[in-house]
Ligand binder design. Structure first.
Ligand code: GLN
Length: 489
């Protein structure tokens, strides 16, 4: 039995038919993790005893004829920004090393209620700050397609684990692209839902007005199923939306006949790798052949998204990360007075990128500077949102590349700014609170995956998934699998 690349549908169907048990699936996955993760380095924490206990409970219920839930027996990994009761949660930071939360995040509660089995916690850039997972305080996760390259970030562990078949699905978080970009680099599907669609209760906060949780999966249909389980109002998150949640799997195969797809000209003008460009052209041709109608649109404030993001995100982070003071969470340094305790704890606990962001954010929020930086950035944000509103009067969804290049080598982005520039296509979506989906749309001549990004109207994840399913069926990776890591295939 080789369940490593089964879809959610494969698993639930086979369990229902009595062909396989949840325990067998989780057992197989656990030994695969033990084998392959030595080279992949995606996992930060596992508790195979707890995972097997949860799987046995699914099997018991199934045997007793009780309902087992839509994700029964599905092994799911969680980005280490998502708190899990009794299972270490570090956000990729030394400051939280060894912290065992006393509760589960809402999304974890919901996954468990749907019958999913939490298979472990996966690596990420420290507090989600980064685009390559190189900023994790613990380890370097490699790209399963080529181990000399980064898996993307900050949800690099989530994407690498799904691509390598070490879990069926995972959750990531996306503040400026951290679900979509690593999904593109690893050749998997990544969905950032509309801001407020999924509860942030129990998610380690990076920039609260931008953060969202979402699924990373190998197929669009699986993304729909995971989103279904985690979406919907949560009274514990004051920004959670009360809007009804549609059935995302419905209409997935309805195709794109008559769908109006906008091509924002600003996203195709800058420096884009030739392979990425031609993959996008092939995607456009494929969608046209299925009846989609393309319109040229403009998002004139696109070039301001990056500077606005790198004010808003650090400003909110500087405030959110004030809670790591050595008193309430995680590590505490030895000191004789309180100020020294703060200074030593934070000095030793945070890595350089986190310190850089805290300093940037604190600077931007200083009295006298607030109007010039934070307020200005919020005004730009309103203009960016208005650009999207205007574009969506002419089309149903927007199509862009997810990233300007495919996965790069470790250490390739020498300065922080080099790294930030890779986010140009993903940031605006968060600033405007929109849903965004990255779907594989081909390989480079070096055999590295390329992602197409679809951006949608608020709460219209369903249309993204439908268009994404067409991309998957026409120019997707099909049966192509990564082989860049020992033991993977
Ligand atoms: N790469 C971006 C950053 O470093 C986005 C990160 C994210 O979405 N968490 O801030």
């Amino acid at each position: 039995m080789n369940p490593e690349f089964w879809t959610i549908g494969d698993i639930t169907r086979r369990i229902a038919a009595g062909e396989v048990t949840a325990s067998q699936i989780v057992n197989a996955m656990t030994s695969r993790i033990a084998n392959v993760d030595r080279s992949l380095e995606a996992f930060l924490a596992t508790d195979s005893h707890a995972s097997l206990r949860d799987a046995a409970e699914v099997d018991r219920k199934h045997k007793a004829g009780e309902p087992i839930g839509p994700l029964a027996g599905v092994p799911i990994a969680l980005k280490d920004m998502i708190v899990t009761k009794g299972l270490t949660t570090t956000a990729g930071s030394k400051i939280l090393a060894g912290w065992e939360p006393p509760y589960d995040a809402t999304v974890v509660e919901r996954l468990r209620a749907a019958g999913a089995v939490i298979i472990g916690k996966v690596n990420c850039d420290e507090f989600g700050m980064g685009s390559s997972t190189e900023r994790s305080a613990f380890k370097k996760t490699v790209n399963p397609w080529d181990s000399s390259r980064v898996p993307g970030g900050s949800s690099g562990g989530s994407s690498a684990a799904v691509a390598a078949g070490l879990c069926t699905a995972s959750l990531g978080t996306d503040t400026g692209g951290s679900i979509r970009q690593p999904a593109a680099f690893c050749g998997v599907v990544g969905l950032k839902p509309t801001y407020g669609r999924v509860s942030r209760w129990g998610i380690v906060a990076f920039a609260s007005s931008l953060d969202q949780v979402g699924p990373i999966t190998r197929t669009v249909a699986d993304a729909a199923l995971v989103l279904q389980a985690i979406a919907g109002h949560d009274p514990r998150d004051s920004t959670s939306l009360t809007a009804p949640v549609p059935v995302f799997s419905e209409g997935l195969t309805d195709g794109v006949e008559g769908l109006k797809i906008g091509l924002p000209k600003e996203y195709f003008e800058g420096a884009i790798d030739a392979d990425v460009k031609s993959a996008l052209e092939a995607t456009i041709t494929a969608l046209k052949s299925k009846g989609a109608i393309f319109v040229d649109v403009s998002l004139p404030h696109t070039s301001l998204a990056l500077p606005a993001y790198y004010i808003v995100a650090p400003a909110e982070a500087s405030s959110n990360l004030a809670r790591y003071d050595g008193i309430r969470y995680g590590k505490r340094a030895e000191a004789t007075d309180l100020l020294e305790l703060y200074r030593r704890t934070r000095g030793a606990g945070f890595g350089p990128e986190v310190k850089r962001r805290i300093m940037l954010g604190t600077y931007a929020l200083r009295s006298g500077y607030y109007d010039a930086f934070y307020k200005k950035a919020q005004q730009i944000r309103a203009l960016i949102k208005r650009d999207f509103d205007e574009a969506f009067t002419q089309c149903d969804v927007l199509l862009t590349p997810t990233t300007p290049t495919a996965a790069y080598k470790f250490g390739a982005k020498a300065t922080p700014l080099d790294m930030y520039l890779g986010d140009i296509f993903t940031l605006a979506c968060n600033l405007a609170g929109l849903p965004g989906l990255s779907v594989p749309c081909g390989l480079t001549s070096d055999g590295l995956p390329i992602g197409a990004q679809l951006l949608g109207k608020p709460l219209d994840e369903a249309t993204l998934l439908r268009a994404g399913a067409t991309i998957e069926a026409t120019v997707g990776l099909g049966d192509k699998r990564p082989s860049g890591v020992r033991g993977i295939s």
